[in-house]
Design a protein around this ligand. Structure first.
Ligand SMILES: C[S@@+](CC[C@H](N)C(=O)[O-])C[C@H]1O[C@@H](n2cnc3c(N)ncnc32)[C@H](O)[C@@H]1O
Length: 242
């Protein structure tokens, strides 16, 4: 796994918004990221609290890219100690550039060596993996699942967000987006099976983005349809045994 492929896209990375259909559905990459961030804020209460020392939940964003998920989470009120890692040094270099000063210090960052991260076992309460796995070659995905299980503490929570290949519009857009030229999409079942192949997890899956992310008054529709495997995205939520 090399980060060179993503170094090329780092400076102008906008979440694939260069595709006209995606641009029709939302004005900015942040609107798409915010759907995931709002879901996390609803389902992971630890993101809304801080501990006695004021540091709060320890979250790792694996394959963090330019840090957009951690940034949007913070802008929407999430609190905690955030760390990002990625195989691409170019992407990691973008995190600080995009991080507004008024949000405080940017997240801690680390470069991955393939699937491997430099963190101690059980270091994180929560790990997020957003739009990463479809870039990881199929044979290397088990190593990613194993690494995520290693760095999560017992009772820790893992959230895997992915494009849903059951949605035809998603397949159409991905096939025509430059950053996705080597993407191999995977459905929620594949993520569930991959996780269960690497550890004992309690799993739940929600489907997201049935309606354009920029239209706030339609959000109730998305929440009502979260069970239907046709949304443009899905999230597999996994809890590691305590
Ligand atoms: C489409 S971007 C998503 C970035 C970010 N997670 C987000 O949601 O905005 C995919 C990211 O996955 C990273 N990536 C690709 N293969 C990876 C791997 N094997 N391990 C970790 N990150 C990887 C790339 O460097 C890139 O930053």
């Amino acid at each position: 796994m090399s980060g060179a492929e993503f170094d090329r896209h780092a400076a102008g990375y906008d979440g694939g918004l260069d595709h006209p259909i995606k641009r029709l559905l939302g004005n900015s990459a942040d609107e798409f990221i915010a759907v995931k961030a709002r879901w996390l804020l609803r389902h992971e209460p630890a993101l809304r609290t801080t501990d006695a020392k004021g540091s709060g939940v320890r979250l790792l964003d694996y394959g963090c890219g330019a840090g957009d998920l951690m940034r949007v989470l913070t802008q929407l009120g999430a609190r905690g100690s955030f760390t990002g890692c990625d195989v691409s040094g170019g992407m990691l270099a973008e995190v600080g550039k995009r991080w507004p000063r008024h949000l405080g210090p940017p997240p801690a960052l680390a470069r991955q060596d393939g699937a491997r991260t430099p963190f101690a076992d059980g270091r994180f309460d929560v790990a997020t993996v957003s739009a990463v796995l479809h870039h990881v070659p199929v044979a290397e995905r088990p190593a990613v699942y194993a690494e995520l299980g290693r760095v999560l503490k017992p009772g820790g929570r893992l959230y895997v967000f992915e494009h849903n290949p059951r949605n035809r519009l998603v397949r159409h857009v991905i096939a025509r987006t430059p950053i996705d030229e080597n993407a191999i999409l995977l459905d929620a079942r594949e993520v569930q099976d991959g996780l269960l192949g690497s550890g004992r997890y309690e799993l739940e899956t929600d489907y997201l983005m049935f309606t354009p992310p920029g239209i706030a008054w339609l959000r109730f529709v998305d929440r009502a349809l979260a069970w239907l495997p046709l949304g443009a995205q899905y999230v597999v939520a996994a809890r590691k045994p305590a």
